[in-house]
Design a protein around this ligand. Structure first.
Ligand SMILES: C[S@@+](CC[C@H](N)C(=O)[O-])C[C@H]1O[C@@H](n2cnc3c(N)ncnc32)[C@H](O)[C@@H]1O
Length: 359
């Protein structure tokens, strides 16, 4: 039985999780974890700078005669903006995030920057409309670092994590409904099974969905326990001691509550259209569906040479390609071993970059 085993390794991995917590993970009470100071280690920062500084770096010489506009669609605590502004001086930064708490911290952190920064408290599905309100129709660089920030995960009260007991919330923007608890109170078993399969790739989706619908948990602790109890022994063995049985369920619920894939689709539709010619969009994703970025870049062939010979002959008659995946970033760039040593959370992050090559 779970409770008798050595505490699993995933439970003790992070500094702020107390030993007390690892001891009581199994069906007992979870201690309230003291809130750590807000901190987020930005991922793939060097690679993001390599991708975006060339289009912002032509300070006085770029085709628009200035440093261009940088949009950070997922500002979080502003780590990537700080790193980029250390290397380039855009005309303007537009910093957007749907989490008002994160944005307030970033605002303070970036208060000393010389570059004008416009703050937008909204989901990036509204990016095009919000830029239009500012009179901006084209930008040089867009960055989207998808997923959750460490403050969302680590602050137990936000209800994203099974590591501390709190009301099941998981909303990046706490002003929007429904919370994860509200979703679980209303959802039927078949829909929940689909949700766990589609967003969490959970092989035990049916068993887990049935157990959740019986228990209707309202806290992170209750949900983690229901999932751990419902999961079949072979699946638990497969996960081993490093991964908590509820990891995929929590991921699936979070993606659903925040409509993360719908948001990504809107960004991949609008983002490339907002780029000026020569502009780039960099996307960091932690989910296999981040591959949609490559697909979006390939919707129009990158170069006439990429076309089959019969078509190549008529290349001049064909519409000019408008987007291309930037060489060196196709398929997604992974963090270096050095970065993984200092930040294991980055392990599944991939950076993909698109460039607009014609109007
Ligand atoms: C991984 S963090 C970004 C960290 C940031 N790049 C840094 O270096 O500090 C992801 C951020 O994206 C935000 N976010 C996720 N989906 C979003 C969406 N659809 N619209 C706006 N912000 C979103 C989250 O609230 C979170 O603050």
């Amino acid at each position: 039985m779970w409770g008798q085993r050595k505490p699993p390794r995933w439970a003790a991995r992070r500094g702020q999780i107390t030993r007390n917590l690892t001891d009581s993970l199994h069906f007992g009470t979870r201690p309230k974890v003291s809130e750590p100071a807000p901190r987020h280690e930005s991922v793939l920062t060097r690679e993001v700078c390599r991708a975006l500084t060339p289009v912002l770096g032509r300070r006085t010489t770029n085709h628009r005669g200035g440093g261009g506009t940088l949009v950070d669609a997922t500002t979080g605590l502003g780590g990537h903006v700080v790193a980029l502004l250390a290397q380039v001086q855009p005309d303007r930064v537009v910093a957007l995030d749907r989490d008002p708490e994160a944005l307030a911290i970033a605002r303070e952190r970036l208060a000393d920057q010389r570059c004008p920064i416009t703050w937008i408290d909204a989901p990036f599905s509204e990016l095009r409309a919000r830029l239009a309100e500012l009179g901006i129709t084209g930008v040089e660089a867009i960055l989207a670092d998808l997923g959750v920030s460490s403050i969302q995960l680590d602050q137990g009260r936000r209800g994203f994590s099974f590591r501390a007991s709190a009301p099941l919330d998981m909303r990046m923007d706490p002003r929007r409904s429904p919370s994860a608890a509200e979703v679980l109170a209303a959802i039927d078993e078949a829909s929940l099974t689909r949700l766990l399969r589609d967003y969490g790739e959970e092989p035990d989706a049916r068993r887990i969905a049935a157990a959740i619908c019986r228990a209707r948990p309202t806290t992170t602790g209750e949900l983690a326990d229901v999932v751990a109890t419902a999961m079949s022994a072979p699946q638990r063995r497969k996960l081993g001691t490093r991964v908590h049985p509820a990891t995929r369920t929590f991921q699936a619920l979070r993606i659903h509550v925040n409509d993360e894939l719908g948001e990504l689709d809107r960004l991949l539709h609008d983002g490339p259209e907002l780029l000026n010619v020569g502009g780039r969009m960099a996307v960091i994703s932690f989910h296999p569906r981040g591959g949609r970025v490559d697909k979006r870049g390939r919707q129009e062939p990158a170069s006439p040479l990429a076309r089959p010979p019969a078509i190549r002959r008529r290349a001049r008659e064909l519409p000019r390609p408008r987007r291309a995946i930037v060489q060196g970033f196709a398929g997604g760039v992974a963090p270096s071993d050095e970065e993984l040593d200092s930040n294991p959370r980055a392990r599944s992050a991939r950076l993909r970059v698109l460039e607009r090559i014609a109007s």
